[in-house]
Design a protein around this ligand. Structure first.
Ligand SMILES: [Zn+2]
Length: 211
C-alpha cells in the first residue's frame, strides 16, 4: 500500500469517497503510523470546516490530531516547518485550485502529502480540486460507505434538503451515503431551482413558501 520511493523523494496520496466512508479515520491512521516512526507531521484544513474545534481534526471514534486551519491553500506553504516530513490535508475539497500546485511543490521538495476529501458533491459532480489531485497523485484510495437505503456499497453523498449552496457545513443530519442506484440528486434541488417549464404549477411554489 505505501510507496517506498526512498529517502529523498516525496509523493502525493489521495484518500477520497462520500461522507460516512471514513476518510478522516484513514488520514489519521496513516499519520499515526508516521508519528510512531518519529516522523514530523503537520495537518491542515480549511477554516470553513468548523464542525469541531478549530485546533483538532477529530475522527468519529474521537481520536484527535492537532490541526492548523487555513483560509487559503497558499497559507500551507507559509506554515510548513523545515523538518516536517508528512503533511496531511483534511476536507481538501473546500480548498481553491491552488492546492494542487502546493501539493506538487511539497512533494517535489521531498514531502509526503496525504490529502483527504469528498470526490463528488451532493449532485454527484467532481468536487473542487479533488479530481485534479487524484490525477497527479502517486496513490489514490476511493473509500466506500454503506448505502443508508439498501445496504450496498455507497459512493455518493445524498443531500436530503433543497439547499443550493455546494457547501453545507455542520449539517450531517442533512446527508446520507447512497449507492448509485439509490442516489437521487433531484431530491437536493428545490422547486425554485428547476426550470420554469418543468414546474408543475404555481400551487407547488406557493405550498413550498407557506410550508
Ligand atoms: Zn443503495
Amino acid at each position: 500500500m505505501f510507496i517506498n520511493q526512498g529517502r529523498h523523494s516525496g509523493w502525493i496520496e489521495v484518500v477520497c469517497g462520500p461522507m460516512f466512508s471514513g476518510k478522516t479515520e484513514e488520514l489519521i491512521r496513516r499519520l499515526r503510523l508516521s508519528l510512531i516512526a518519529k516522523q514530523r507531521v503537520q495537518i491542515f484544513k480549511p477554516v470553513t470546516d468548523n464542525r469541531y474545534s478549530e485546533e483538532h481534526i477529530v475522527s468519529h471514534d474521537d481520536q484527535k490530531f492537532l490541526c492548523t486551519p487555513v483560509s487559503e491553500s497558499s497559507e500551507i506553504l507559509e506554515k510548513i516547518r523545515e523538518h516536517t516530513h508528512v503533511i496531511g490535508v483534511d476536507e481538501a475539497q473546500f480548498f481553491d485550485g491552488e492546492i494542487v500546485d502546493i501539493c506538487q511543490v511539497l512533494a517535489n521538495r521531498g514531502r509526503r502529502v496525504i490529502v483527504a476529501g469528498l470526490d463528488q458533491d451532493y449532485l454527484g459532480v467532481p468536487f473542487g480540486p479533488i479530481p485534479e489531485l487524484m490525477a497527479i497523485a502517486e496513490s489514490v484510495l476511493k473509500l466506500k460507505a454503506i448505502c443508508m437505503v439498501c445496504g450496498g456499497l455507497a459512493t455518493k453523498t445524498q443531500r436530503l434538503t433543497a439547499e443550493t449552496k455546494q457547501v453545507l457545513v455542520g449539517a450531517k443530519d442533512h446527508y446520507e451515503a447512497r449507492c448509485r442506484a439509490c442516489f437521487d440528486p433531484e431530491l437536493a434541488v428545490g422547486e425554485d431551482d428547476r426550470p420554469i417549464d418543468t414546474a408543475k404549477n404555481t400551487d407547488s411554489v406557493t405550498r413550498q413558501i407557506s410550508g
